[in-house]
Ligand binder design. Structure first.
Ligand code: HEC
Length: 242
């Protein structure tokens, strides 16, 4: 009886280990300035993230719901926004602040043909679209590895720890020193991934700071109202004998 029980337990254990090995590893724990009820966008990080988007991601990913003037939300002023817009060609002309960001591919079909059937997803809502949000984006950008021995990566695909199924059609987009940051921050892959994920969280949640400010005011008002109600109750009942 004993050996049989042991064998069953062992098999169950092996089964669990097997199931575990196929799951994607848990996302790395990353600190974000915008977490929590008082969190705000780290302006410098978001501006560096815009630089990474512009110099790297925008070659393949569109961001159709974002306009140049929206960059005011991360601290760019009007002349800076005008200069940024003018540095990008929109329909063959230098862009204006009111223009939407142009798309790199004329259509999804062209993108599909370029990437063996995969389409680089639009970045407007990317930071909200995945479980883990910005931490998932960060993980994907840091998750490129050599495949484990015995694993054959199909042509046009790359091995990534965090992509479902591990074979992603995106070539590793970042390498150390790829961009030169204006503020002198060393551009490691981790740094660029963190900055661009911060920027993309802003893109997907441009009104987050305003929303949180209103939330805090509402809570303060409710506290005030509770106090007032209590004082009123005491006053109204003060003449009544207990
Ligand atoms: C050379 C083209 C190219 C560049 C440059 C590029 N991507 Fe991608 N990206 C793709 C393609 C193609 C896919 C779709 C992958 C798939 O479905 O297998 C993709 C997918 C992704 C995904 C995963 C989405 C999902 O479905 O899980 C993320 C996140 C992402 N890209 C972020 C970025 C960021 C951030 C940058 C800039 C640092 C960037 N990409 C630069 C082509 C690119």
């Amino acid at each position: 009886m004993r050996p049989l029980l042991l064998a069953v337990l062992l098999l169950l254990g092996l089964g669990l280990v097997q199931a575990k090995a196929q799951e994607a590893p848990p996302l790395p724990h990353v600190y974000w300035s915008f977490e929590g009820p008082f969190g705000t966008f780290d302006r410098a990080a978001a501006q560096r993230g815009y630089q990474v988007y512009k110099q790297v991601c925008s070659a393949c990913h569109s961001m159709t719901q974002m306009h140049f003037r929206d960059l005011a939300g991360i601290g760019f002023d009007d002349p800076e926004i005008a200069a940024i817009a003018a540095s990008v060609m929109v329909n063959g002309k230098p862009g204006k602040p009111a223009d939407a960001f142009p798309s790199p591919f004329p259509s999804a079909e062209v993108a599909k043909a370029t990437f063996n059937g995969a389409v680089p997803p639009d970045m407007s809502l990317m930071a909200n679209a995945f479980e883990g949000g910005p931490s998932f984006i960060y993980a994907i950008l840091n998750g490129f590895r050599n495949p484990p021995s015995g694993v054959i990566v199909p042509p046009g695909r790359y091995y990534n720890l965090y992509f479902p199924g591990n074979f992603i059609a995106m070539p590793p987009p970042l390498h150390d020193g790829l961009v030169q940051y204006a503020d002198g921050t060393p551009a490691s892959v981790e740094q660029m991934a963190h900055d661009v994920a911060t920027f993309l969280y802003f893109v997907a949640n441009p009104h987050m700071e305003e929303r949180k400010r209103i939330g805090v005011r509402v809570v303060l008002f409710l506290v005030f109202l509770t106090g007032l109600t209590y004082a009123l109750k005491r006053k109204v009942w003060s003449d009544v004998e207990h």
